[in-house]
Ligand binder design. Structure first.
Ligand code: DX5
Ligand code: ZN
Length: 211
């Protein structure tokens, strides 16, 4: 069954601990943390200190999506803050292979994220070092954007590429019950959703609708 990773980007930031607890109770499989630095993407969100303070309140993996320039400089702080999966953008580093090894050396799972315009072939020679592939189905930086339909083709291609390997295929951006169904048919294992999970405050019902 597909896993649902609600994005805290759509949470009420004034009560983050309660939001994390509520998402866990509602059946979230992971908590997705969108880290934005105002440089790689035009927005600023959470850093490792915020992650550290909320980490104890849900015993499920924390899936950290680093939308930052120079991710090499931050991975240690996020490891100290008890992230479980650390995902870096292929576009943000010149040395993806080395960066994935460094994440593993810190004892974390390593993910690679691809912007909508980035072709899947950048993954080809790092698959043995990749635990998760995050396919962006919107341009990163904001919640509430519309799913880009051409991404379904990329999901299908990556699914073929990783066949038989222990790699999770995650899709992030514009996920609602309709686009979720299309992503699942194309082969997605994990769906990130902000807007559609938090809509109306009915987290459990919304998560179930995505599955
Ligand atoms: C966008 C983030 C997403 C975002 C998804 O830059 O990576 O995780 O929060 O939000 P929705 O589900 O609202 O598109
Ligand atoms: Zn994200």
């Amino acid at each position: 069954m597909v896993q649902i990773a609600p994005s805290l980007l759509s949470a009420d930031f004034s009560i983050l601990r309660r939001e994390v607890e509520a998402l866990h109770r509602a059946g979230a499989d992971m908590i997705h943390i969108d880290v934005m630095d105002g440089h790689f993407v035009p927005n600023l969100t959470f850093g490792p200190m915020v992650l550290k303070s909320i980490r104890p309140y849900a015993q499920i993996p924390f899936d950290v999506h680093l939308m930052v320039s120079n991710p090499e400089e931050m991975i240690e702080d996020f490891a100290d803050a008890c992230a479980d999966i650390l995902t870096v953008h292929a576009e943000a580093t010149k040395h993806l292979d080395r960066l994935l090894s460094s994440i593993h050396d810190l004892g974390l799972k390593a993910g690679v994220a691809l912007n909508p315009a980035t072709p899947e072939n950048v993954l080809e020679y790092v698959l043995d070092k990749t635990d998760l592939i995050l396919v962006m189905s919107v341009n990163p930086g904001f919640g509430g954007q519309t799913f880009i339909p051409s991404i379904l083709d990329k999901i299908t291609k990556i699914k073929k590429m990783i066949k038989g390997q222990d790699i999770l295929l995650e899709v992030d951006g514009g996920i609602n019950p309709m686009t979720a169904a299309k992503c699942i048919s194309a082969g997605a294992d994990v769906l990130v959703a902000g807007t559609s999970v938090f809509k109306g405050g009915e987290y459990k019902k919304n998560i179930e609708a995505l599955r």
